[in-house]
Ligand binder design. Structure first.
Ligand code: NAD
Length: 228
């Protein structure tokens, strides 16, 4: 597999390292100073965008123009989703996007949802704990909100509480708990670094090659994970 990175910041560099370890060739590294253009000389390459929200519509146009598959990891471009989807669907290019490409986190989402489905009718209080390093700005994290969104399918109007801790140097830790008078169930996901995002983005890059349409990472997981 051959990829071209759009954005070469923290994530671009980690993908570069993981790609080298997986035998994936990185043929280009586009940056703000040297952006991807619609006339780029690229063939048999999947574009992997971890850049800035403003760049995403332009990356999608280049992917469409060049008929290249695209993985979009950049976050914060929700206002442009319809535009980007239209560009991709009107072309021979395919795209897969996710706000979180970590396989572990995505499996964790499904486990939290599954546990909620089993326990919602019983006397278990559900809760979410979200612990990140002292530098993280947003609180709750996007991941905690996504966990709650999925649990809410079982809890309806009842809001699952989220407790946040912003202290220390922990990259990312999320727990889901269910507490009853008799016992406690605890599910935990702890990230060590950014490697999980890179692994998932490369998994998606392999999946989207040769496929058209605009997809969510959920569809990739439905294909690669055994049925629940
Ligand atoms: P970063 O700030 O370290 O890197 C961003 C890079 O994009 C910079 O090097 C910048 O020069 C480059 N850039 C800016 N404009 C560009 C353009 N027009 N063309 C090409 N490159 C351009 O950020 P990061 O930590 O690497 O994160 C990048 C994005 O990925 C963010 O939106 C972040 O939220 C997201 N992210 C997503 C996941 C996921 O799993 N989906 C995981 C981690 C981060």
């Amino acid at each position: 597999m051959r990829i071209a990175l759009v954005g070469y910041g923290r994530m671009g560099r980690v993908i570069d390292e993981v790609a080298a370890a997986r035998g994936v060739e990185v043929v280009e590294r586009f940056t703000r100073e040297r952006p991807l253009r619609t006339d780029a000389d690229l063939k048999d390459v999947t574009l992997v965008d971890f850049s800035v929200p403003e760049a995403v519509p332009e990356t999608a146009r280049a992917a469409a123009e060049l008929s290249l598959p695209l993985v979009i990891g950049t976050t914060g471009w929700n206002d442009h989703v319809d535009e980007v989807r239209g560009v991709i669907e009107g072309s021979r290019a395919g795209a897969v996007r996710a706000a979180n490409f970590s396989l572990g986190v995505n499996v964790f989402y499904r486990l939290a949802a599954q546990a909620s489905r089993m326990l919602a009718a019983f006397e278990y209080d559900p809760f979410i704990l979200d612990w990140h390093h002292r530098f993280k700005q947003d609180s709750p994290s996007g991941t905690a909100l996504e966990i709650r969104r999925r649990m809410s399918r079982s809890y309806g109007e009842r809001e699952v509480p989220i407790a946040c801790q912003r202290a220390g140097y922990v990259p990312s830790e999320h727990s889901v708990g269910f507490d009853s008078p008799a016992d406690t169930i605890h599910l935990q996901h702890r990230a060590r670094n950014r490697q999980g995002f890179a692994e998932g983005a490369l998994l998606a890059a392999g999946w989207i090659a040769g496929r058209g349409g605009f997809h969510d990472f959920e569809e990739v997981l439905d294909d690669v994970l055994p049925a629940a």
